[in-house]
Design a binder for this molecule. Structure first.
Ligand SMILES: Cc1cc2nc3c(=O)[nH]c(=O)nc-3n(C[C@H](O)[C@H](O)[C@H](O)COP(=O)(O)OP(=O)(O)OC[C@H]3O[C@@H](n4cnc5c(N)ncnc54)[C@H](O)[C@@H]3O)c2cc1C
Length: 473
């Protein structure tokens, strides 16, 4: 849905095919969004819809230490606790506002691509044709399998049961650590349903768990099964970690869990997927509109694959740190001491929050390839937030130098140019204060594609590279 909204903002005709009969989600799934995902929503002017329904908290962590990012230079120096079923509901409202078609009960069975497009076959015998197909179909992605894209990685070492059930006995509060791992029960917002996450003694099978499996697991940890009944969800998740070898095969692309799966420890799933979507959306739109050559789509893999890999390594380290083993316990204590120091806190806080995501766009100012901060800039006599200039998902060139000194006539149909002033200190997460640029070219995903430091050297190249050739005079 995040990708759909980006494409819709760019005026592309799209359809979302969803196997589920409605937007309703079985179980509540992910618990929230990291700081960068909130920023991405803010760039589109819809963060408040999510913030109004959730709870903000310091949730980035490593080695059981909370990495407090409240001093980071962002308007959202926290994570948002909001269950995925609510996140999906609010997102669905947003895509409806943008007139995106979501076709429920549309189960994709197969596809075939040729030089001009992709033919998509549904299980009910219907078929559809599109210029491009993006597999946002989760960790067991059929699109990835059909595209023949490898999914290398690491097998699971531990499995957890997750359930949402009713109980007949009172449940203990908080998290329990034992020789098997971590276990927790939490009464949900309806006051009746209890969410259970428990580590299994042995790695569970690939089949779906039953209520009996859950009862046995609870008995072995708590000595009672709390009279669990009426499950709305019983599922199993593991720390299996895999990443698609390629995020693109010609006219087929992958985003979200179809491109990467990992342990939920660290709460990265949705934030990674949001970043994929926002990186891909504008590129795909420009290629479909033919303002950019097809090779622009290769930068999607080039940027998002390393970013995904880095996060996968973090989730692997996070899971390893949680192992119930005396040696790991000793390691955790040692690393925890480091995490309480300012340098490691900043470094890891930048990683977990997604705020230090950096695409390698070459040498230059530290801001190049990193997220544009949401500065207050002085524009036409008033203060304006940079993110408020990005709601329409168009490229933005902010000139902070001599007003009128930049002319981008050849790209004025695509790139918004503003002359502003910034009087504060330009600060970045992890790095701290950096020299204020004279001008910055910001891509629709919020990453900086060019920095002017007193001259316009490289600006035309950057505009052409990212947004296509200049229109003739
Ligand atoms: C217990 C648990 C806790 C988690 N906690 C967090 C957390 O705190 N924070 C976080 O960020 N992430 C968390 N995650 C991960 C998060 O839920 C996933 O990363 C996220 O759902 C991935 O989104 P997605 O859109 O890529 O895929 P999915 O949410 O899996 O969506 C894929 C969609 O594609 C549809 N589909 C699949 N195949 C087809 C087909 N052939 N035809 C049509 N439709 C199809 C499915 O019905 C589904 O709606 C958690 C996951 C679990 C299991």
């Amino acid at each position: 849905m995040m990708l759909a909204s980006e494409l819709a903002l760019a005026g592309i005709d799209i359809v979302v095919l969803e196997r589920r009969p409605s937007q309703d989600l079985l179980g509540s799934r992910a618990g929230g969004l990291q700081s960068r995902a909130i920023e991405l929503l803010d760039q589109r002017g819809i963060a408040d819809r999510f913030l109004a329904e959730g709870k903000i908290a310091q949730a980035a962590s490593f080695a059981s230490v909370v990495l407090d990012i409240s001093d980071f230079p962002t308007r959202h120096p926290y994570a948002l606790g909001l269950w995925q079923n609510h996140i999906e509901r609010i997102l669905a409202g947003w895509v409806r506002d943008l007139n995106v078609r979501i076709e429920y009960s549309h189960d994709v069975m197969a596809f075939a691509q040729d030089d001009s497009g992709v033919q998509v076959e549904l299980t009910d015998g219907r078929s559809m044709r599109a210029d491009y197909l993006v597999g946002c179909d989760g960790g067991r992605s059929l699109i990835r399998v059909f595209a023949g894209i490898d999914f290398p990685g690491w097998e699971a070492t531990v499995s957890n049961l997750i359930a949402e059930v009713e109980v007949t006995e009172e449940t203990p509060k908080g998290v329990r650590h034992d020789a098997t791992g971590i276990h927790g029960l939490q009464v949900m917002e309806d006051g009746r349903t209890v969410r259970i996450v428990t580590t299994e003694r042995q790695l569970g099978p690939a089949t779906e768990p039953t209520l009996d499996d859950l009862k046995q697991a609870l008995m072995s940890v708590y000595g009672t099964d709390f009279g669990v009944h009426h499950p709305t969800l019983i599922s199993r998740f593991t720390d299996s970690t895999r990443q698609a070898a390629a995020y693109r095969d010609r006219r087929v692309l992958l985003a979200g869990d179809s491109a990467h799966v990992h342990s939920p420890a660290g709460g990265q799933g949705l934030t990674l997927g949001f970043q994929d979507a926002v990186n891909l959306g504008w590129k795909l739109a420009q290629v479909v509109r033919r303002t950019s050559p097809d090779r622009l789509l290769d930068t999607y893999h080039a940027e998002r694959h390393p970013a995904g890999r880095r996060m996968l390594r973090y989730t692997m380290a996070q899971t390893a740190m949680m192992r119930p083993d005396d040696h790991v316990e000793a390691l955790r204590e040692t690393v925890a001491q480091l995490c309480r120091m300012d340098g490691p806190r900043r470094l890891l806080g930048g990683l977990v929050s997604g705020l230090d995501t950096h695409y390698d766009l070459g040498e230059g100012h530290p801001q190049l390839g990193r997220r544009m901060p949401d500065l207050d800039i002085r524009l036409d006599g008033g203060l304006v937030r940079v993110f408020s200039l990005m709601h329409d998902a168009r490229p933005l060139l902010v000139n902070l130098g001599e007003p009128g000194a930049i002319d981008i006539a050849g790209w004025s149909d695509r790139v918004k140019l503003v002359d502003g002033r910034f009087d504060g200190v330009w600060e970045m997460p992890v790095m701290g204060a950096v020299a204020t640029p004279g001008a910055v070219l910001v891509r629709p995903d919020g990453h900086v594609a060019w920095v002017g430091e007193g001259t316009l050297t490289g600006l035309d190249d950057a505009l052409t590279r990212w947004f296509g050739a200049a229109l003739p005079n």
